[in-house]
Design a protein around this ligand. Sequence first.
Ligand SMILES: [Zn+2]
Ligand SMILES: [Zn+2]
Length: 434
Amino acid sequence: MNKPKGTMDQLPREVIKWRHVEEKFREICHRYGFDEIRTPTFEFTSLFKRGVGETTDIVQKEMFTVISDANLRKYHEGKFDLDKRGFTLKPEGTAPVVRSFVENKLYADAQPTKLFYITPCFRNENPQAGRLREFHQVGIETLSAMNPATDAEIIALAKNYFEELGLRDLTIKINSVGCKSCRPVYHEKLKTFLEPRLDQLCETCQGRFHTNPLRILDCKVPTCQAAVKDAPRLIDHLCEDCQTHFSGLKDALDAFGIPFVVDSRIVRGLDYYTKTAFEIISENIGAQATVCGGGRYDGLVEEVGGPETPGVGFGLGIERLILTLEAEGVAFPDPEPTQVFIVVLGEAAKLTGLGILKALRDAGIKSDFDHLERSLKAQMRYADKLSAAYTLILGEEELKSREVTVKHMASSTQESVKIDEIPDYILAHLGGRR
Ligand SMILES: [Zn+2]
Ligand SMILES: [Zn+2]
C-alpha cells in the first residue's frame, strides 16, 4: 500500500523539525498577544466560495469536496445539492477563522481579536510541481482593527519568527491593493492599458482580464511580465483613505525598525484583500523564496455573514519554511537520547527491571529496556545504538544484593547503586544535561 499522491509521511526525524517550527511559532504568537484557535478540517463548500472568491484558482480548480457514501448515492439520484450541503476540506486558514469569529460572536468581546492557527490544508495541486495536496499552514489574524500599526505588527511578528528560526537576508515587500472604492477605477485603467496587449498574455491571464485583472501583475509567465512592465500602478491611484493608511503603515514599520521595499507587483491571489498586501522573501539561497504572504481583508467578515469588521493577517506553508531553513543550513534541535537503558539477564531480572523502569519514568527520565529478549552482548550493542547515557545491568547477583551495576557509557566507568536509589542517582548525575 502506498500513500496517496501529494501527501507526505512525517517520520520521527522530520517531526523534530516540525515541532521546532510549530513550538517557536506558538511561543512568538504568545509574546505578541495572539491566542490559538482550531477550526474543523472541513467546512461548507459555500464558505470558501464566498470567503476565498469564485474567481480564484483555489475555488475554480483546487478544492477537495467531500461527501459521505450515503449522500453520494442521493447525489447520483439527483437528490443532494452538493453546492448547498457539500463539504470542502479547508484549502486555506483564514476563511474558517473568520467564520468562527462570526459564528461564536467573538466580535462581542473586548476588541481586537488576535488569533493564530496551525493547520493542515488541502488543495488539488499537481504534485509534479513539488506541491502537496495535503500541506500545512501557520497563520495569524487580527480582527476589528483598522490601524495601520496593526498591519505593521503582523509583519513584525513574521519577521521576528523567521529571524529567531535562523533565517537571514529577508526582504519585506509591501504594497496597497486599494479598496472597493479605488480598485474598480484602477481596474478600468489597467484594462485600458492591457487591451491592446491581450494577445501577449498567457491563457490564464486572458481569463483574468475579465475576472481579476490585478492578478495579471504577478503572473510569472515572461510574456505576461513583459506586457505589464509599464502598466499603471495601483499605488499611484489609491483613494485618500487608502493613501493615508499606506503611509501610516510605512511610518509604523519605521517605528518597529523594519526595513521594507514598496513593490507594486505584490497583489496576493485572493479576492478579499484590501489595502495592505505584503510578502517576505528569503534571498539567501540563490533563488528567491517567498516564505510568507499576507495582508488586509476588510470585506471578508461581512462576506461570510458577519458585521462590518476589518481584518489583517498572514499565512505561511510549513513545508516550504522547512525547505528554506534546510537550504540555509539552519540547525534544528537534536533528538533527545535515551538516558537509561536496562539490560536484564533472565526472567526474574526482567520483572525487577520493569519496576525500576517505572520508577525512572515516574522521575521524568527517558528510559527503556530490551523488548526483543536479546543476549547480554546484543543488549549492550543496542544500548550503544540508542546513545543511552547510562546502562543498568541486572542479573541474579543484583537481585540478591538489591544493588545494580550502573554503567556510565561515555566514560565506561561503573558503580553499584541500591535499586531504590536509582532514580535519584541518575537525576543527580544527569545534572544540567537533562
Ligand atoms: Zn481606496
Ligand atoms: Zn499570465
